[in-house]
Design a protein around this ligand. Structure first.
Ligand SMILES: [Zn+2]
Length: 293
């Protein structure tokens, strides 16, 4: 029968073949449309059926109820909007070679350009909150509630399956999506050559850079505090202990030098203002020392 059809088909003239093809194409399209229509109906029916079960499960699941309480307790905002596109032009090729994405982000954090520093701080706070949240969610116990199931005509397996899906759907997703995209570029004076390098920094990278900045900041504050501890009476105690002589060259005031009280470990490196970290130095030795550090 098939062979008969082909024989018949190829004996026709051009016009008949053309219309024959049209009929075949139309039939295929119609067929696909009908199949899709029925698949759509099946999907719709399945979804309606599933949503009925979901509703039922949601009503009796203790875990789901508990999860909703946890969700409302933690106010976790999604950070998905925190995307930074940073364009960093540099003035020379030398500078271009020396500049890396981390330097640019460090600068943006220090100056809080575009609120980047605040956003990273918020992201860190949110992530800390999120870890607590996930820990609490993980404590949900899926082995409770038996008696209700019989009453609601739900099999235990089905109930668990739907409950797990429901809980998974309702669990807040990882909000750590703060991202910075960086492009460093240099274009030569007449625009002849353009150099560019790009990089992408995710939450982990940004948090690391931010924490380093914070540490430096804390150091600055503690350095200021340490310097403020240097009182006249402490200065005098140090000078007297060192016999009013430079600890390096032994020069004294009678030799016509000016004596300084110096931090052995500098405050900028975490040194404290205490007797055992202080020494008497003449001006020359003190300048010589600070040039080395
Ligand atoms: Zn000296």
């Amino acid at each position: 029968m098939q062979r008969d059809f082909f024989e018949w088909f190829f004996q026709r003239d051009g016009e008949t073949i053309f219309f024959g093809c049209l009929v075949i194409i139309a039939t295929v399209i119609l067929f696909v449309t009908i199949v899709r229509f029925f698949v759509g109906i099946l999907q719709f029916l399945y979804r309606r059926h599933a949503s009925k079960i979901y509703k039922k499960v949601a009503r009796i699941s203790e875990n789901y109820c508990h999860l909703r309480e946890i969700n409302s307790k933690y106010n976790i905002t999604s950070l998905s909007n925190y995307k930074y596109n940073i364009m960093a032009p540099v003035r020379s090729l030398q500078k271009y070679r020396k500049t890396f994405g981390e330097d640019v982000i460090g600068y943006y954090v220090e100056q809080n350009i575009g609120g980047l520093r605040d956003d990273i701080a918020l992201a860190i706070k949110t992530m800390r909150c999120y870890h607590e949240y996930i820990q609490e969610v993980n404590l949900l116990d899926f082995e409770t509630a038996k008696d209700l199931l019989k009453q609601k005509k739900l099999s235990r397996r089905k109930f668990r399956r739907y409950e797990r899906k429901l809980v998974k759907r309702k669990t807040i997703k990882d909000p750590s999506s703060v991202i910075a995209k960086i492009e460093i570029y240099y274009s030569s004076p007449r625009g002849k050559n353009v150099y560019r390098k790009t990089g992408e920094y995710d939450y982990g990278d940004l948090a690391y850079i931010y924490k380093r900045w914070l540490k430096k900041q804390n150091y600055k504050i503690s350095a200021r505090y340490e310097r403020s501890l240097m009182s006249d009476s402490l200065r005098y105690d140090v000078l007297r202990r060192d016999n009013f002589q430079c600890c390096i060259c032994g020069a004294a005031k009678k030799d016509g030098v000016k004596l300084h009280v110096d931090h052995i470990v500098p405050v900028s490196k975490g040194g404290k203002t205490t007797m055992n970290n202080l020494q008497t130095l003449c001006e020359r030795c003190n300048v010589g020392k600070s040039n080395k550090l």
